[in-house]
Design a protein around this ligand. Structure first.
Ligand code: UDP
Length: 235
């Protein structure tokens, strides 16, 4: 395996499948199967999951809600997704722990870095919920932050597209895909990989990011085996 310890970032929207809102159980089960393939190979797996399928603070604020209130609601949405993912993984026989940046003791451990690492060493999958625990941040930033903290080898950003393109491939059919990029190329070409806080944190800590299509079965395993099927940002 190319990677020993990964931080997998899944967006909340990915969990919707073909729905307009919420969680598609079939999609969740597919993700759990894909995660099991790499778990069976001994890869240590930490996961940060978004909340955009349920609530986004920015959307609340644009409808007149206090932004901070909305962001806390968004963080709670990530906990709901984390619990759903935890259930799906355990259903397939994997051991998991959910750790949250906001304390919700009846359902999750509080985030403790040393404890998270210990779980990973014991081959438990650790899901980090509630983002960074702070408003005005995103789960992409939480993913990079946790990835840096636990010394992950890479951030694997699972999306609907199979990498980073010269333009949005859903809008511009002539767009072409990059196989690899450096951090400074992403900035100079003005490419949208993650929000700038997340991206800068990754760059400063030399933590590579791989953007890949999580909706194709087996892709996660291929990436961990070293196949270059997405776009890698490093160096
Ligand atoms: N959020 C936050 N702080 C964090 C992470 C998330 O306030 O550290 C809130 C924010 O309102 C965000 C929402 O939680 O819109 C859901 O997260 P995100 O939009 O990153 O989810 P995704 O786009 O990955 O589904």
């Amino acid at each position: 395996m190319k990677y020993k310890r990964i931080l997998l970032k899944l967006s909340g929207e990915a969990l919707m499948g073909d729905r307009a809102y919420g969680i598609d159980p079939a999609r969740l089960a597919e993700y759990a199967e894909d995660i099991k393939l790499i778990h069976d190979q001994g890869v240590e797996i930490a996961i940060v999951i978004g909340g955009g399928n349920i609530f986004r603070g920015v959307a609340g604020a644009s409808n007149g809600m206090d932004r901070v209130q909305g962001d806390y609601m968004g963080m709670l949405a990530t906990v709901i997704n984390g619990m759903a993912l935890q259930g799906a993984l355990e259903d397939k026989g994997m051991l998991t722990r959910l750790q949250t940046a906001l304390k919700i003791e009846a359902i999750a451990e509080p985030y403790i870095k040393r404890r998270a690492v210990r779980h990973l060493e014991k081959n438990r999958i650790v899901i980090f919920g509630a983002g960074t625990g702070n408003p005005y941040f995103t789960t992409d930033t939480a993913a990079v932050l946790r990835g840096v903290e636990i010394h992950a080898d890479v951030i694997l950003k699972g999306t609907r597209v199979d990498g980073i393109y010269t333009a949005d491939p859903e809008k511009d059919p002539s767009a072409t895909k990059y196989e690899t990029l450096t951090f400074s190329e992403v900035i100079s070409k003005n490419l949208n990989v993650m929000d700038s806080t997340a991206f800068t944190l990754s760059q400063e800590n030399a933590l590579p990011i791989v953007v890949f299509d999580m909706n194709k079965k087996g892709n996660l395993l291929k990436i961990c085996q070293g196949e270059n099927i997405g776009t890698t940002v490093q160096g």
